[in-house]
Ligand binder design. Structure first.
Ligand code: SAM
Length: 284
């Protein structure tokens, strides 16, 4: 029998992956969580039917959300990760001996439990002694923090449902307050190819730049994300990730990566005109 997972990237565009076997399907308090084995992309997890992690390409996203800020400020010690229940972002952070404390705030404990059971390739560092997991809404958690973190990574789902609050002006303002004087905020920043994602990106960007003196986006290529062209937001109180890149320091760590390198670090901020135009249009 032919089984396919299909994601509607827009109402007129579908992306399908041939499935070998379904391993889990759980309705949590917040969303439906499905885990499959697929022919081309290995093990995959979906949330409310949206493709979240695939074994074959997750490394691109998790390396790019982590190593760009880490190579910009070698003094990052205290990190807040919001969302990130599959564990891939924490896995990349734990490779840095310089990091002393990681708070991970994931609203849905079931995502973490199922990731530990079925996605060990992303979840295997969640037991690291530096990692402290809070099963809470990231929007509420960050309200109480001031000057507490050197880096905040927002590894959230898209801006609807439980994820919606993580794209608000209130949230970005509280992230600014929760960060140290040279703090950096990196967020999953959607894409510009399809209208719905482009509008979300513009809204998020206009809100972020109302707080942070440096507010840039950088790009990557993720085959299973809508259009394959995906953005991250880089917001900073002090560092410019292009001029302040500490390439010699980062390369001295000898971290083996499959996507990120310090040459690509410079290049990924050279964004296409259609993205530059969208950022210029960004307003509330
Ligand atoms: N990399 C993926 C992507 O780009 O879609 C996201 C990975 S991670 C699994 C996204 C996580 O964000 C989910 O586990 C979801 O439960 C969590 N999440 C969504 N809204 C949240 C909120 N308000 N507070 C904390 N976690 C949230």
């Amino acid at each position: 029998m032919d089984i396919w997972y299909t994601k509607n990237q827009t109402e007129h565009v579908r992306f399908s992956i041939r499935i070998e076997k379904q391993l889990a399907s759980v309705q949590s308090e917040f969303q439906r969580i499905d885990i499959f084995d697929s022919v081309e992309f290995g093990r995959i997890m979906t949330l409310d039917g949206l493709l979240i992690v695939t074994e074959k390409d997750e490394y691109i996203y998790h390396e790019m959300i982590t190593h760009i800020p880490m190579a910009t400020n070698p003094n990052i010690k205290r990190v807040l990760v919001i969302g990130a229940g599959d564990g891939g972002t924490v896995r990349e952070l734990c490779r840095y001996p310089t990091i002393e404390h990681i708070d991970m705030v994931e609203i849905d404990e079931m995502v973490v439990q199922l990731s530990k059971e079925y996605l060990l390739f992303t979840a295997y560092c969640l037991e690291d002694s530096r990692v402290h997991i809070y099963y809470q809404d990231g929007l509420r958690f960050v309200r109480k923090k001031e000057n507490a973190y050197d880096l905040i990574l927002v590894d959230s789902t898209d801006p609807f449902g439980v994820g919606e609050g993580l794209f608000t002006k209130e949230f970005y303002g509280n992230c600014y307050k929760a960060l140290s004087a040279d703090g950096i905020l990196v967020n999953q920043h959607e894409s510009t190819f399809y209208t719905a994602y482009s509008n979300a990106m513009k809204r998020a960007h206009s809100r972020i730049k109302s707080f942070f003196p440096i507010a840039l986006v950088y790009q990557t290529h993720i085959p299973t994300y809508p259009s394959g062209h995906w953005l991250f937001g880089f917001a900073s109180k002090q560092y410019d990730p292009r001029q302040d890149l500490q390439a010699d320091w980062w390369n001295s760590l000898r971290l083996k990566t499959r996507y990120y390198n310090t040459i690509l670090h410079q290049g990924c901020f050279a964004i296409p005109n259609n993205v530059r135009d969208a950022l210029r249009e960004a307003k509330e």
